[in-house]
Design a protein around this ligand. Structure first.
Ligand code: NAD
Ligand code: IPM
Ligand code: MN
Length: 383
């Protein structure tokens, strides 16, 4: 098949892990007779440096025009001044919003030979196979806010009596805002995914405190009762969810939650799998719009430039792209098998290594995945 892929390497370890994902995609294309055109574009801190904005219009135009977007990570200390007007992360939030990518799918799966890499006991994590669906274009990330120095968009939003509590004190606020339709579509997508898996859905909210949490729970309950009576549903509060996730990770199948809670819970969940460097994601919107594929980790400034970042989350994100946007499920499975094979063979970047284990570089890991892919190429992708 022919596909146009928008490639956004970003900042920090972003370009380092992207190179490895492209290696793997080129090997997949060569073996299967596919033609992938890779169009690289700026986003994040590097885009700010050159264009003064984290998401240049041309990058967005290319993203819309292509079949899928592959993104590594943005951000870093150079752009971290809280007083700055433009920030790398704005680029990420804007591209998600502009493409309407309301569902972020974050699989958390423990590879048997990696159970030892988790800070949790192997008997707790072994067998974990969760898909977290994070709502991605609403909630606290996109609600009305006031930031220091800016004119108050809604002067009445903070009552005078409240302001009087800390007179002359600067203040800021963010608002969690959810529409019923937003909750409904993401819960429906999660339930459909659960239906194709082990038929269990866990909805996570803060219904005991937040109005949005109560709306979330009402809507999730209704959608499940009316449309998915065959799916077992569990509603849990986010604080308890954070605890249950590491106490009984194998009992979860599909989890669905808000933008903010999903962000936090999946960084926590990365430790079940063993490392931030392992978790991929797919951000999907309405059918026909390009999906965006990115690891859940950031630009890891603490290890950038040293060639030691784990590229597997990026490579597995590319596999999700093959499956969800390009219709190449066999190829996606082959990449996932190759990743499992290199881990079984003992390849470890430093984030996965236990004391005394030898490690490979970012490029070494990418090369190993490509090599593991080769033997399957001659035959069919399908098994
Ligand atoms: P981070 O995910 O970049 O790093 C957290 C920790 O995990 C670090 O110790 C890092 O070394 C490690 N880590 C992350 N990815 C790794 C990999 N592939 N291999 C090995 N180790 C890895 O989070 P942070 O330090 O809180 O944020 C750094 C910057 O990244 C910030 O500017 C933040 O806004 C940005 N960020 C971007 C994205 C994104 O672009 N999708 C996601 C998260 C954070
Ligand atoms: C993620 C990141 C982003 C988020 C930041 C960098 C805007 O943490 O993709 O998980 O919070 O969504
Ligand atoms: Mn995050």
């Amino acid at each position: 098949m022919n596909a146009t892929i928008t490639v956004l390497p970003g900042d920090g370890i972003g370009p380092e892990v992207m190179v490895e994902a492209l290696k793997v995609l080129k090997a997949v294309a060569a073996a299967g007779g596919h033609r992938f055109a890779f169009h690289e574009a700026p986003i994040g801190g590097n885009a700010i440096d050159v264009y003064g904005t984290a998401l240049p219009d041309e990058t967005l135009r290319q993203a819309r025009a292509g079949d899928a977007v592959l993104l590594a990570a943005v951000g870093g200390p150079k752009w971290d001044d809280p007083a700055a007007k433009v920030r790398p992360e704005q680029g990420l939030l804007k591209i998600r919003k502009e493409l309407g990518l309301f569902a972020n799918i974050r699989p958390v799966k423990v590879t048997p030979f990696l159970a030892q890499s988790s800070p949790l006991r192997p008997e707790i994590v072994e067998g974990t196979d969760i898909v977290v669906i994070r709502e991605l274009t609403g909630g606290l990330y996109f609600g009305p806010r006031k930031e220091g120095g800016e004119a108050d968009a809604e002067p009445a939003a903070v009552p005078a009596a409240l302001k009087a509590r800390f007179p002359k004190s600067r203040y800021a606020y963010d608002t969690e805002l959810y529409f019923e339709a937003e909750v409904e579509r993401v819960v429906r997508l999660a339930a459909e995914m659960a239906r194709a898996r082990r038929k269990k859905l866990t909805s996570v909210d803060k219904a005991n405190v937040l109005a949005t949490g109560r709306l979330w729970r009402q809507v999730a309950s209704r959608v499940m009762r009316e449309e998915f009576p065959d799916i077992e549903v569990e509603h849990i509060l986010v604080d308890a969810a954070a605890m249950h996730l590491i106490r009984r990770p194998t009992t979860f199948d599909v989890m669905v939650t808000s933008n903010m809670f999903g962000d936090i819970l999946t960084d926590e969940a990365s430790q079940i799998a063993g490392s931030m460097g392992l978790l991929p994601s797919a951000s999907l919107g309405a059918p026909g719009t390009p999906g965006l594929y990115e690891p859940i980790h950031g630009s890891a400034p603490d290890i950038a430039g040293r060639g030691i970042a784990n590229p597997l989350a990026m490579i597995l994100s590319a596999a999700m792209m093959l499956r969800h946007s390009l219709g190449l499920a066999g190829e996606a499975a082959a990449v996932e098998r190759a990743v499992a094979a290199v881990l079984a063979a003992g390849y470890r970047t430093p984030d996965l290594a236990r004391p005394g284990e030898t490690t490979v570089t970012t490029a070494g890991m990418g090369d190993a995945v490509v090599a593991a892919l080769q033997p399957q190429v001659a035959g069919s992708w399908e098994h």
